[in-house]
Structures are given as C-alpha cells and as structure tokens.
Design a protein around this ligand. Structure first.
Ligand code: SP5
Ligand code: ZN
Length: 350
C-alpha cells in the first residue's frame, strides 16, 4: 500500500466557520492529519511517501476545475488582503451570494469586488481560505495524482492523505471545507491515462455533491454516495435518491441517503448495496472518498459507527478485488480520527 502524505497541509489552518449567526472554531484542523501520521507510525500498513514534483499537476487540476476558478483560488488571498490590510489576520469567508435563476448572475458582468467574487465561487460560509490554503490544497491534489500514478503502475491499494478534503468542491466552487476535488482529480487522471471505467464510492457522512456534479453527465465514471439524508443533513439541496445522473450520465450516479442516527448495521447493509452496484458496473478501478465522520463520536454528524467497524469496512471494500485509491475527506472526532482512518486501511490489507 502506497500512502502519499501532504507535507504542506499545516499551511491550511482556518480559525473560524460561520454557524447559525456566529463564528465557531473550525472542525477541519491540522491535528486531524497529525493523528493519522502518528497512528501510521504505530501501525505501518503501507509505505509513506511524498508526491514527486514532476507531476504536471496543472493539467490534472484543469481536467476537473475551470481555469477561472483555479485562477481565483491562486490569487484569492492576495485579493482578500488588498480589500483591507487588516484582513491579513482574518480568514476569508464569503458573506454574499448570487441566487440561482434568471436575474442572479450576469455572466457578461462578473463582479470585480473580491467579496462578491468569493460568494461567486463558494457555496457556504464555513470554508475559510487563508494565506496557505492554495499551497496546501495543491499539494493534497498532488498526493491524489501521485496515488493515481502508483495505481496505474500496478499498486492494488493507494492512499492520498488529503487535507483540506475535497469531495464538496465542484468544477468552479469551494465549500464544505473543500477547495480542490481530490477524488475527482484522481478518477479523471485514471480516465485520461488508459482506464475506461472508474467507480467512485463516497463513504463520508456528507453527500459528495461536488463529485456528483463533476461527473453528472458522464457514463464513464459511476458515482455512488452513502450519506446523511440531505433533507436534514449538510450539504442539503443535493444528494437525494432520485438523482440518477443526467443525459449520457443517466443511470451512472447512485445516492443512498440514510436517516441521521443510523446504526452500523443499517449503514453496512447499505454499503453492501453500493458494492453490488459497483461490481455490476465492472470498473477497472475504484476511488474511495473516505470520510470518518460516520463515527459515533463525530461532533457534527449523525451515524453510529464504532472504531472497530472501520476494520470491516476496509475488509469488505478489498473483497471487490479492484485497484483502490483512497482520498481523505471528513472526520472531526480528532483524537480518534487516526485510529479510525488506519483501521480502514488495515482492514483493506487483511
Ligand atoms: C468534508 C466534510 O466532511 N465537510 C463537512 C462540512 C460541514 N460543514 C457544516 C457543518 C455545520 C455544523 N456545525 C456544527 C457546529 C456545532 N458546534
Ligand atoms: Zn463529511
């Protein structure tokens, strides 16, 4: 198992996220990944690596994200500080958005004001952007590309320790603590380098709205997501069972929403449903956006998985006998995050 670690993830360290009218401490903190690394030091389930520097990363990023959006991300911090020098000590968070619909957004008159631009490219005010965000997010995406390359070179299991996470990011938007969609970048990389069919199995507590949207009209990447019912759970608005894909992509997306409070037994039965669908698609590779916020101890989520359950999760995914690439997504019970993550990887190995 080759595990690519983001050496620069610490550069992304949000202070606050907006929640119900207040700024609260960020859940998505650097310590999360530190716990994974210290657990991997105790239980070395794989080879710990850093991505090579000659990846042609820009091509991989622009295979999923628009150039406009990538340029926005690359320049956002400087623009934020230009609004006011005081901003240098504050996270950039949006506070105004265009509504969808006819009069919402004039494509011919995109906003020049940076606060307005931030709302154009973000779908929530819970995703702080700071001076090191772009570097950290790029290096995370580099881990995903390196993992895809290792898979193409014959590895059965590869891991990208991505932080910030990625599955809520769309082709031209950030949100849900995500900036670059690492799983989509990996899946697209596999498609662009010889594989015909790739499946994405998202097991984060939250619906992988960005990944679904990116592949919505495509039949070559089958997206499956098990998550909290979006009628009550973040990211709301998308992730319902009747969303099966659009046009050529019809029949190539599957959402398996479960009520908040669902037990491991319920979740595990649903995982088997998802695995059957993946098997029927007969992909050449599997990408797993791995969130550990399905854990019973998670402070912002509502499923009831226990630490030992994650060993089973890894094991049953391995039974597909597909080359598999894991990206790291959510999981906010920080102290147990390393154990839970490495349990999935160890389960996959055994
Ligand atoms: C990758 C991922 O798991 N993103 C999840 C983003 C969820 N953001 C909204 C969370 C709102 C819950 N805030 C609860 C604060 C209570 N102290
Ligand atoms: Zn999540």
């Amino acid at each position: 198992m080759k595990i690519f670690s983001n050496q620069h993830h610490h550069l992304h360290h949000g202070q606050h996220e907006m929640f119900r009218g207040r700024l609260v401490d960020c859940h998505e903190v650097p310590q999360r990944l530190d716990h994974v690394l210290s657990e991997l030091a105790k239980r070395p389930v794989g080879q710990l690596l850093t991505p090579p520097t000659n990846l042609n990363l820009d091509a991989a990023l622009s295979s999923v994200h628009t150039i406009d959006y990538l340029t926005f991300l690359a320049t956002a911090w400087d623009e934020w500080v230009k609004l006011s020098p005081d901003n240098a000590s504050r996270d950039a968070l949006p506070s105004v958005w265009p509504l969808p619909g006819q009069h919402a957004f004039r494509m011919d008159k995109p906003p020049l004001n940076f606060a307005a631009k931030l709302g154009q490219y973000a779908f929530d005010s819970g995703t702080p952007l700071m001076s090191g965000t772009w570097t950290a997010a790029r290096e995370g995406a580099a881990c995903a590309v390196a993992a895809a390359q290792a898979m193409l070179a014959g590895e059965m299991a590869t891991v990208a320790l991505t932080r910030p996470p990625g599955h809520h990011a769309g082709s031209a938007y950030m949100g849900g603590y995500c900036f670059l969609n690492n799983a989509a970048i990996a899946a697209q990389y596999l498609r662009d380098h010889g594989l015909q069919r790739v499946a994405v199995l998202d097991i984060d507590y939250h619906h992988g709205n960005g990944t679904q949207a990116i592949f919505d009209e495509r039949a070559d990447v089958y997206t499956v997501s098990i998550h909290g019912d979006p009628q009550t759970e973040y990211p709301f608005y998308l992730g319902h069972a009747d969303e099966r894909g659009t046009d050529k992509g019809e029949g190539f997306n599957l959402n398996l929403p479960l009520p908040k409070g669902s037990s491991f037994e319920t979740w595990y039965a649903t995982l088997h449903e998802a695995l059957q669908v993946v098997t029927d698609f007969a992909p050449q590779a599997l990408v797993v956006p791995l969130g550990l916020d399905t854990y019973e101890g998670d402070p912002i989520s509502g499923f009831k998985l226990k630490s030992a359950d994650y060993l089973k999760v890894g094991r049953v995914i391995a039974e597909l006998q597909l080359p598999s690439l894991f990206t790291l997504e959510g999981g906010y019970a920080v102290a147990d995050f390393g154990i839970n993550t490495v349990n999935v990887l160890e389960g996959f190995q055994t």
